[in-house]
Design a protein around this ligand. Structure first.
Ligand code: DX5
Ligand code: ZN
Length: 229
């Protein structure tokens, strides 16, 4: 099953609740929630208060992508605010194994995020604590950047590691991609092994504010491409 996770980073923040409901009504699966701290990444976005505010707007999983340093202090706040999945960058935590445990103990699924230059070896000794592996296909901090083509080889490598783990243990781990995902490249990205797809500008850039069905056609187009993969 392919998961489509629109990133609300590109939504209209003046109508955020409505924007969240609209993408799910159009067939999206998760809400991707980008948290930036102007320290680990050079931009500042939204925190637990906003997560709590949108929680009643949808029953869909909220996928919190933490681009913050330090990580641990803020994890329980997001769990209380209704997050379902929490991912973080290994470079932003001094104790990766402990942070993964903390996320799970808070009742959420846990994941690691790999920047374009971050080696996949960070996952090797913590596979049992991973529910999601997220590969960045842009440098984190901004929406609307171009997909870095080298990520396709890295996806194939991650897919091989995850499949070997699943064969050994029977437990599955999602392989998510984030950055520059569009209708015209999503099939190729799926063929490289991704099974969850964050799309910010591609989804939220496609709708006219006043149209209640504004995201139907872009989500349908993404699904049609995934069906070909
Ligand atoms: C970047 C964020 C992404 C971003 C994706 O740091 O993690 O989730 O919103 O935006 P697009 O799909 O426009 O590249
Ligand atoms: Zn993200």
């Amino acid at each position: 099953m392919h998961v489509i996770a629109p990133s609300i980073l590109s939504a209209n923040f003046a109508k955020l609740g409505e924007e969240v409901s609209a993408v799910i009504a159009s067939g999206a699966d998760w809400i991707h929630f980008d948290v930036m701290d102007n320290h680990y990444v050079p931009n500042l976005t939204i925190g637990p208060l906003v997560c709590e505010a949108i929680r009643p707007c949808t029953a869909a999983p909220i996928d919190v992508h933490l681009m913050v340093k330090p990580v641990d202090r803020i994890v329980p706040d997001f769990a209380k605010a209704g997050a379902n999945i929490i991912t973080f960058h290994p470079e932003a935590s001094d104790h990766v194994d402990r942070t993964l445990g903390l996320i799970r103990d808070s009742g959420c699924q846990a994941g690691l995020v790999f920047n374009p230059a971050t080696p996949l070896t960070y996952m090797d000794y913590v596979m049992d604590k991973l529910d999601v592996v997220l590969l960045m296909s842009v440098n984190p901090g901004f929406g609307g950047q171009k997909f870095i083509p080298g990520t396709l080889d890295k996806l194939r490598e991650a897919r091989t590691k995850i499949d070997a783990y699943t064969a050994r243990t029977g437990r599955s781990i999602r392989l998510e991609i984030d950055g520059g995902v569009k209708v015209d490249n999503i099939a190729e990205i799926a063929r490289a092994g991704a099974d969850a797809f964050v799309a910010g500008s591609a989804v939220y850039g496609a709708g006219k504010d006043s149209d209640p069905n504004r995201y139907d056609s872009v989500i349908a187009a993404l699904r049609a491409e995934l069906a070909k993969a």
